[in-house]
Design a protein around this ligand. Structure first.
Ligand code: ZN
Length: 393
């Protein structure tokens, strides 16, 4: 097991920021008081005060200074431990015959963090963290957290706030060097098509859960507003959503792990989710004025599949796992990757519903497979690597 720290930006409200400032100020005061007590005791009577002695004074201190009740007690204990650590380091260096500087009092600028060493914090939502005695704060989790969260530190840098989770993770050895490249086309019919012709299929349970979701939603619409039954069904709905989310995460973790373990470099298309979720414009027949099919049904199917599949989440997982393993992920422009023929390089325009790529040059292959080969080729030219032609199709 090893420790890994995850830092995220915090977005406190004005009022929460005041609480954070107040917590910092009180912890700083405690730190300095603790250091002073130790220093005086040693200077006056050569007595060394321990962490335990100071920690047992905390309840008494709270009676005299009730504002300390507004701080999670483990944060105060951690502050005292920081002094203990500084003192220990000092004495250790003295013993080794060095001449270290005596631990210093912390000025406003030098005391910029406090820590929940065990509990009192939890992620309640993808965008919120609950901090005991402070409240529910907005956080931007820009990468998934792996391992078990052990401690949580709140840190001020300039006028920005950060939260640092220290996690226990299984020690990851960098994987051996691997020159194999793979291109991936994230698709509708498959979750992804690989440039070698394999596919990663969408797990069936997504669809099953989605059906269940639709059924519960329908039940909900039949319940009277404010009724007990409605509250119960609402809870059921939230539970199903949670279950789907976890199933998806599990699937994405497994698939990304497999890819990173197998290939040295993974090439993706940059995603444009905003483009993909737009409704296609209605198409009108020039002569009759009648509306023609515009592929809206196919697009709608595409949308639900995007929501299900969590492509961008998948790309994130691959990126972080590759980073840890010393491997690479590349992103290439998605323009024309599905239209260009991977055999001869000419553009073969296709409707969204056309699932097969067929070209005069003799190339015959699945549309997504064709795109994956193009993505791989773009990636290898971007990397400057020599691309070895795939065997004739
Ligand atoms: Zn061709």
């Amino acid at each position: 097991m090893s420790k890994k720290a995850y830092t995220f930006r915090l977005y406190p409200t004005k009022q929460q920021e005041q609480t954070l400032h107040k917590t910092l100020a009180l912890c700083r005061e405690l730190y300095n008081a603790s250091l002073e007590e130790r220093t005086e005791a040693y200077r006056m009577s050569k007595v060394r005060i321990t962490y335990n002695q100071q920690a047992t004074q905390l309840p008494e201190m709270k009676e005299i200074r009730p504002e300390y009740n507004d701080i999670h007690s483990q944060i105060l204990q951690d502050t005292l431990r920081r002094v203990e650590k500084a003192m220990r380091a000092f004495f250790r260096r003295v013993k080794n015959g060095e001449t270290p500087g005596y631990p210093r009092f912390k000025s406003f600028n030098r005391f910029d963090s406090f820590t929940y060493p065990q509990g009192g914090f939890s992620l309640t939502h993808d965008t919120r963290v609950y901090l005991s005695k402070i409240g529910s704060l907005k956080v931007r989790l820009h990468r998934p957290i792996e391992g078990k969260m052990k401690t949580c530190t709140i840190k001020k840098e300039g006028d920005q706030w950060y939260i640092i989770f220290s996690c226990e993770v299984e020690t990851i050895e960098p994987l051996p060097e691997n020159n194999e490249l793979v291109g991936l086309d994230m698709g509708v019919t498959h979750f992804a098509a690989l440039s070698h012709g394999e596919t990663i299929e969408n797990p069936r349970h997504f669809r099953r859960s989605q059906k269940r979701l639709a059924k519960i939603s329908q039940n909900l619409s039949r319940c009277k507003k404010g009724s007990h039954r409605r509250a119960r069904v609402k809870k059921q709905l939230a539970k199903t959503h949670r279950k789907i989310k976890n199933q998806r995460k599990d699937f994405l973790h497994k698939q990304s792990r497999k890819l990173v373990n197998t290939y040295g470099t993974i090439v993706f298309e940059k995603l444009h989710p905003s483009h993909m979720t737009h409704r296609p414009k209605p198409k009108k027949d020039e002569t009759t004025g009648e509306y023609l099919p515009n592929g809206a049904a196919a697009k709608a199917g595409l949308n639900t599949s995007i929501l299900d599949a969590g492509w961008s989440q998948f790309q994130q997982y691959c990126t972080y796992k590759a980073e840890d393993a010393g491997r690479a992920v590349l992103f290439v422009s998605p323009n024309y990757t599905s239209q260009i023929c991977s055999g001869c390089g000419q553009i073969r325009k296709k409707e969204l519903s056309e699932r097969w790529h067929s070209c005069d040059c003799g190339a015959e292959l699945d549309r997504d497979h064709n795109a994956a080969i193009n993505i791989l080729r773009l990636g290898s030219s971007q990397r400057g690597a020599t691309y070895v032609e795939a065997p004739c199709l």
